[in-house]
Design a protein around this ligand. Structure first.
Ligand code: APR
Length: 244
C-alpha cells in the first residue's frame, strides 16, 4: 500500500456503471444475459427507435423503473456515501446509471450523465421533472398538460450526455479517479480515465474484471464484486492508504 494524503486539497471523482447495481438485483447491459442480449439498442435506446415505436420504448423503461423502484442500495453504494461524507476535499460522483440507488444510499454530490428513470422530458414544452410510475403515450406533461409528448428523461445513443462541462472540469482537477462497475465501452464516459490521468490523478478501476486489461489505462485494477471491493477500498483510503 502507498500513502495517499487525505486533505482538503485532495479531490476525488468517481464514475459508476451498471456493475455497481448488479448486487442490488438490477441487470447490467453487456454481461451474459444482460439487457442488450435481450433488447436491440436501436429499438429502445435511440431517438429513432422511440419515434418508430413509442409504446415499446415506454414498456422497456417502465419495466426498468418498476425494478429500480424496489431495488435496495448495496454495500458499494453505501461505501461511496460514507466516502463522500468523510472526505475533507472535493468529491464528485458521476453515474452512468439511470436507477436511483445512489440517491437511496444518501449520495449528494451526484450527477446522472445518462439521465434518470424517475424523470420525464416533455417534447412539447421542452421541460423536464420528476416522474413516478409507468409512462405511456397517453401520459400528460405535468407542466404543460399536453398528452402524448412525454419521453423518459434518459440520454439515448447519439444524444449528448448531461453535465459534461462540470464533469470535465472536475476531472481536470482530480487527484484520485475511481471507475466502478463499468465496461468502459461507451463514450464519453470511457474517456474519463484519460482526462483524469492527464490531470495527474491516481486512477483506480474497481470492477468484476479489468475492463481494458493490458491497456494500462488505470494505475491500479482491483477485481471483484463491488459490494466486497468498494467498502474495503474506501476503508483503506480513509486510513490514508492506496493499493501500491
Ligand atoms: N461488481 C463489480 N462489477 C461488476 C459486477 C459486480 N457485482 N457485475 C458486473 N460488473 C461489471 C462487468 O464486468 C462490466 O464490466 O460491470 C460492468 C458493466 O458493464 P455494462 O453492462 O457495459 O454497463 P455500463 O458500463 O454501465 O454501460 C455503460 O452503456 O448501454 C449504455 O447507457 C448505457 O449507461 C450504460 C452505458
Amino acid at each position: 500500500m502507498t500513502d495517499f494524503g487525505i486533505s482538503a486539497a485532495t479531490s476525488i471523482v468517481v464514475l459508476t456503471g451498471a456493475g455497481i447495481s448488479q448486487e442490488s438485483g438490477l441487470d447490467t447491459f453487456r454481461d451474459a444475459g444482460g439487457i442488450w442480449a435481450r433488447y436491440d439498442i436501436d429499438d429502445v435506446a435511440t431517438p429513432e427507435g422511440f419515434a418508430r415505436n413509442p409504446p415499446l420504448v415506454h414498456d422497456f423503461y417502465n419495466e426498468q423503473r418498476r425494478e429500480a423502484a424496489v431495488a435496495v442500495p448495496n454495500a458499494a453504494h453505501l461505501a461511496l456515501t460514507n466516502l463522500e461524507a468523510a472526505w475533507p476535499g472535493r468529491f464528485l460522483l458521476v453515474t452512468q446509471n439511470i436507477d436511483g440507488l445512489h440517491e437511496k444510499a444518501g449520495s449528494k454530490a451526484l450527477l446522472h450523465m445518462h439521465g434518470e428513470l424517475d424523470r420525464f422530458l416533455c417534447e412539447a414544452c421542452g421541460k423536464r421533472g420528476p416522474w413516478q410510475g409507468d409512462m405511456t403515450t397517453a401520459s400528460a406533461c405535468p407542466l404543460c398538460g399536453r398528452a402524448g409528448t412525454l419521453r423518459p428523461d434518459i440520454v439515448w445513443f447519439g444524444e449528448m450526455p448531461y453535465f459534461m462541462p462540470e464533469i470535465y472540469r472536475a476531472l481536470g482537477e482530480a487527484d484520485l479517479f475511481l471507475s466502478i462497475g463499468t465496461s468502459g465501452t461507451v463514450y464519453p464516459a470511457a474517456d474519463f480515465v484519460r482526462a483524469a490521468r492527464q490531470a495527474g490523478a491516481v486512477t483506480v478501476e474497481l470492477n468484476l474484471e479489468a475492463s481494458r486489461r493490458g491497456h494500462g489505462l488505470f494505475a491500479h485494477e482491483i477485481e471483484g464484486k463491488a459490494g466486497d471491493i468498494v467498502p474495503a477500498f474506501v476503508r483503506d483510503l480513509l486510513e490514508g492508504r492506496l493499493p501500491s
